[in-house]
Design a protein around this ligand. Structure first.
Ligand code: GDP
Length: 331
């Protein structure tokens, strides 16, 4: 039996009131649209916007609330919608009055939890680029308080909501998505451990395992993440893919900008090296290290090959476990 990679992808549902920013998030994170271009996104009347992208490690679907979606309407198949999904992201426009959004969050969460108690609930307090720092904190506190009060009033205090301050105008949306996706990867501790082993044996300071298309990092070593390093690595992916799109590949393969040969080394003027290597169809590793550690490039390349092999095994095991049992032939 062939089990496609799709079966094991983290599945995420994006919900929220109309104009809260869902399409913009999708375009910026998964389709490289620049934030300013989202000003011209047209509102569609479709309720569901599918994005079963074959190029990303993450599978992702958007639900709009144009008017009233009646969760108890038999045509709204909540079993299918919530049943198969790992995380539900609810987007709230922080620049707008959010009372209606909070009411909607509450009905959505209660319904989804009933259908699928394993769903992770992630609230994006979005468009915070327009808010002062004090205002951000105050808004987050207020939304946190009201959302949890609503749940407590309904006797649902066991439901856990996570909150993130996001904007498409900086890396916060990518950072938030990374955290959401990481919760859905059962092998995260193994990946972290492999990254730790790889960096400590190679003199590397920081390493991120990236979903190349979205620039979401699905794992990193256990040293703390600072936003600057993450942004630097995101920028490197952009540079490599852009150069590769323009000068690399041939026209007969559709994914020519990123393939098995994809790798890059960038020397910065502060004695730092950025090192990128392809790991599999969706993933790349990007590392930051000092120039003197890179003198032993042979060792780093060798360690990378061991790391890549281990990662491949981690994901293969998962596929085997998920596939239906193969009837054994008589010996
Ligand atoms: P949807 O109906 O939920 O899909 O919302 P859209 O994606 O169409 O976004 C509605 C408007 O919000 C657009 O004009 C976007 O440019 C704007 N928008 C989306 N995200 C942000 C953000 O992070 N900051 C700001 N300032 N505006 C945003």
């Amino acid at each position: 039996t062939i089990v496609t990679a799709l079966d094991s992808k983290p599945r995420i549902l994006l919900m929220g009131l109309r104009r809260s920013g869902k399409s913009s998030i999708q375009k910026v994170v998964f389709h490289k649209m620049s934030p300013n271009e989202t000003l011209f996104l047209e509102s569609t009347n479709k309720i569901v916007k599918d994005d079963v992208s074959n190029s990303s490690f993450v599978q992702f679907q958007i639900w709009d609330f144009p008017g009233q979606i009646d969760f108890f309407d038999p045509t709204f198949d909540s079993e299918t919608i919530f049943g198969g999904c790992g995380a539900l992201i609810f987007v709230i426009d922080a620049q707008d009055d959010y009372m209606e959004a909070l009411a909607r969050l509450h009905t959505t969460v209660s319904r989804a939890h009933k259908v699928n108690p394993n769903i992770k609930f992630e609230v994006f307090i979005h468009k915070v680029d327009g808010l002062s720092d004090d205002h951000k904190i105050e808004t987050q506190r207020d939304i946190y308080q009201r959302a949890n009060d609503d749940l407590a009033d309904a006797g649902l205090e066991s439901i856990h909501l996570s909150f993130y301050l996001t904007s498409i105008y900086d890396h916060s949306i990518f950072e938030a998505f990374s955290k959401v996706v990481q919760k859905l990867i059962p092998q995260l501790p193994i990946l972290e451990n492999l990254l730790n082993i790889f960096i400590s044996n190679s003199g590397i300071e920081k390493a991120f395992l990236f979903d190349v298309v979205s620039k979401i990092y699905i794992a990193t070593d256990s040293s703390p993440v600072d936003m600057q390093s993450y942004e630097l690595c995101c920028d490197m992916i952009d540079v490599v893919i852009d150069v590769s799109c323009i000068y690399g590949g041939s026209e007969d393969t559709d994914n020519s900008a990123f393939d098995q040969q994809s790798s890059s080394i960038i020397k910065m003027n502060n004695a730092t090296i950025l090192y990128l290597r392809e790991v599999n169809k969706f993933l790349a590793i990007v590392c930051i290290m000092r120039e003197d550690s890179f003198e032993r490039q042979g060792l780093i390349d060798y360690n990378f090959h061991c790391f890549r092999k281990a990662i491949t095994e981690v994901f293969n095991v998962r596929h085997k476990h998920q596939s239906p049992p193969i009837p054994s032939s008589p010996q």
